[in-house]
Design a protein around this ligand. Structure first.
Ligand code: COA
Ligand code: AMP
Length: 633
């Protein structure tokens, strides 16, 4: 039997033994009573009765094990011209001091905080300081506007906000504090304190009640010890886009998360403690949580915090420079970053300036890895290029080529095999299991492995309804795809209203709510359409109110601004098409899927349930007019 198959079978046939063995790599204050508590399905809890501290495992124990002088974090910021290395001992001191300062300000186990920070080491320090105290953090991506932040403040109810005075985004300087103030103003919940890390290039005005200067606070702070928490206690909430304007607060526990991420570092990424691991993402996304912060640090790898872009900071050779300079063994990023590099430097000439002999593997995720980008990267780099598939909900890969177990030949377009722990099945809409090669809903048979979402924050009902109710006994991923005759998983795309724009997960439903709020719009739909660089981008279709005087160009510009202000620039909402009616079924359902097919240049069939076939023709002509490659039926 192959090594992978043996491990995979064991993980499904005897999950308790499998994960209990993996859990031996984590330091526990108290061992668990039950490995998997299945007494309250569909809620499952890993390591019930166990007590640990995630920060202790990610930081202190490396110092106690004699690695205090080794580098824990490399901060590389081309936008501020800085490279700084932080040892494990320094990291422990910084985290303990910030934790002490937070404690002095009243933070206690079980409280929540929001962290709104750019890619600087202090973002990691903030997350770890919360984990140290048993405080639940919720990091919000810096590309989200004040309204989105306000929604999260109201839902997470943070006692404190930790933020930076500002960020450098490409060539722009962004002031964060006014944005935080605006969000707090809009939110009903008012955090008691806002702790601001002042950056050299931009000092924030600390004039609001509760504003505090981070550097002042930590200067004389008493270091705080790690607080033992239960394995099932929450480590963090991470909001992710669902199908409506209200994001889902994915809740991550401490115990299962530490065990699973630690296990993944060797088995999936094939790194060793001491290796340099770089996830070129952002702490605001799940990739950042799992593989900039917790995964590498739990395993004792050096993590790279890169404050820059794949292109333009200063050029498309930036990734190669970082890999060479910091001796990176594994790079993890989104395919869109590679498409951006390929666009700027199609022949990869900039790579010739660097020696990448220590570089061993490129991992890509966050969106579908199109075969063109895969082949380009594979031909350019003399290392395995690994597509792996996962979601904010899972925290780590559901399907991957597990380099630390066994390296499978790559099939372009496939994320390779289900990862041990995940019982992946393809189901039709009635929940019947489909055979190899048949496309359907990708589901995972319960229980999910450790590390995956425990529930949604303060919303068990939405958790059950969103993920567990359509196919009882399974977790519904909302992705569709198939498994081929060799057991390779092919993920083809989302079946809901979630889109991926430059690796950023966004809700078209949330954008629809904004477009519909324009006084001249009677009705609208926002769909995801293909984009050569960003993978997908949103496109709005709007029906105007009868008799309304309307300057269409002005309306379109206003909609762009509304989405930028309410969601943020990362939504990349640029195009709106005005039509006289939206195509609908006779029962009134908007035919979003058919419109997506038209915009993708696929031959579309007139749905038999359509109310008025001429609507679809009008949409097709309107899309054709603005350059979509429409194939008429
Ligand atoms: N804070 C504030 N604004 C941000 C931001 C942040 N952290 N990230 C992006 N934005 C802004 C950009 O400045 C841009 O604003 P603009 O419309 O005023 O120009 C807008 O959001 C769109 O940004 P983006 O989609 O990132 O486009 P880009 O042209 O700036 O860069 C890429 C394109 C491909 C280089 C970039 O998207 C990228 O590096 N992607 C990788 C994504 C990634 O790591 N995803 C995480 C999952 S693994
Ligand atoms: P996020 O929660 O932001 O990580 O986004 C998760 C979604 O991104 C998944 O549900 C998929 O639709 C998509 N995705 C992530 N990785 C891949 C991949 N390797 N292949 C295809 N789609 C992916």
């Amino acid at each position: 039997m192959e090594k992978y198959q043996e491990i995979f079978d064991r993980s499904l046939n005897n999950p308790e033994e499998f994960w209990a063995e993996a859990a031996e790599s984590i330091s526990w204050y108290k061992k668990w009573d039950v490995v998997l508590d299945s007494s309250d399905p569909p809620f499952y809890r890993w390591f019930r009765g166990g007590e640990l501290n995630t920060c202790y495992n990610a930081v202190d124990r490396h110092v106690e094990n004699g690695h205090g002088d080794r580098t824990a974090v490399i901060y590389d910021s081309p936008v501020t011209d800085t490279v700084r290395k932080i040892s494990w001992a320094e990291l422990r001191d910084q985290v303990a001091r910030l934790a002490g300062a937070l404690k002095k300000q009243g933070a206690e186990k079980g409280d929540t905080t929001i962290i709104y920070m750019p890619m600087i080491p202090e973002a990691l320090v903030a997350m770890l300081a919360c984990a140290r105290l048993g405080v639940i953090h919720s990091v919000v991506f810096g590309g989200f506007a004040a309204d989105e932040l306000a929604i999260r403040i109201d839902h997470a109810q943070p006692k404190m906000i930790l933020c930076a005075s500002g960020a450098v985004e490409g060539k722009k300087i962004l002031a964060y504090k006014p944005l935080i103030d605006a969000a707090i103003e809009r939110a009903e919940h008012k955090p008691e304190k806002t702790i601001v890390f002042q950056r050299d290039f931009l000092r924030a005005d600390l004039g609001q009640p509760g504003d505090l200067d981070w550097q002042e606070l930590v200067k004389d702070a008493e270091p705080a010890d790690c607080v033992p928490v239960a394995a099932a206690d929450p480590l963090y909430i991470l909001y992710t886009s669902g199908t409506t304007g209200m994001p889902k607060g994915v809740l991550r526990d401490n115990g299962g998360h530490a065990v699973a991420l630690h296990w993944s570092m060797k088995n999936i990424y094939n790194v060793e403690p001491g290796d340099v691991y770089w996830a070129a993402s952002d702490v605001g996304w799940v990739v950042g949580h799992s593989y900039i912060v917790y995964g590498p640090l739990l395993y004792g790898c050096t993590t790279v915090v890169y404050e820059g872009k794949p292109v333009g900071t200063p050029d498309a050779g930036a990734f190669w420079r970082v890999i060479e300079q910091h001796k990176v063994k594994v790079l993890f990023t989104a395919p869109t970053a590679f498409r951006a590099i390929k666009k700027e430097d199609p022949k990869g000439l900039l790579l010739k300036k660097y020696d990448l002999f220590r570089f061993k593997a490129l991992f890509l995720a966050g969106e579908r890895l199109d075969p063109d980008t895969y082949c380009w990267a594979r031909n350019l780099l003399d290392v395995p290029v690994i597509d792996h598939w996962w979601q904010t909900e899972t925290a780590w890969a559901v399907a991957a080529n597990p380099l630390g177990i066994e390296q499978f030949p790559v099939k372009p377009g496939s994320a390779t095999k289900p990862v041990p722990g995940y019982d992946v099945r393809i189901l039709d809409y009635a929940g019947k299991e489909l055979g190899s090669g048949e496309e359907g809903n990708i589901a995972v048979k319960l229980p999910l492995p450790p590390g995956t979402l425990a529930t949604l924050w303060r919303n068990d009902d939405r958790f059950v309804q969103s993920y567990l109710s359509v196919f009882p006994g399974y977790y519904e991923t909302s992705d569709e795809g198939y498994v081929d005759e060799d057991g390779y998983v092919f993920v083809m795309g989302r079946i809901d209203d979630v889109i991926n724009v430059a690796g950023h997960r966004l809700s078209t439903g949330a954008m629809e709510e904004i477009v519909a709020a324009h006084p001249q719009v009677a009705e609208c739909a926002v769909i995801g359409v293909d984009d050569a660089l960003k993978g997908q981008k949103p496109l709005g279709l709007a029906v105007l109110k009868a008799g309304a005087e309307c300057d269409e160009e002005k309306l379109k510009e206003e909609l762009v601004q509304m989405v930028r202000t309410r969601i943020g620039p990362i939504a990349c909402y640029r195009d709106t098409v005005v039509v006289s009616r939206l195509p609908k079924t006779r029962s009134g359902k908007i035919l979003r899927g058919t419109m997506r097919s038209i915009a993708a240049g696929k031959k579309y069939r007139m749905p038999s349930t359509i109310d008025d076939p001429s609507c679809l023709g009008e949409v097709a002509s309107a899309l054709e007019m603005i350059g979509y490659p429409v194939e008429h039926s």
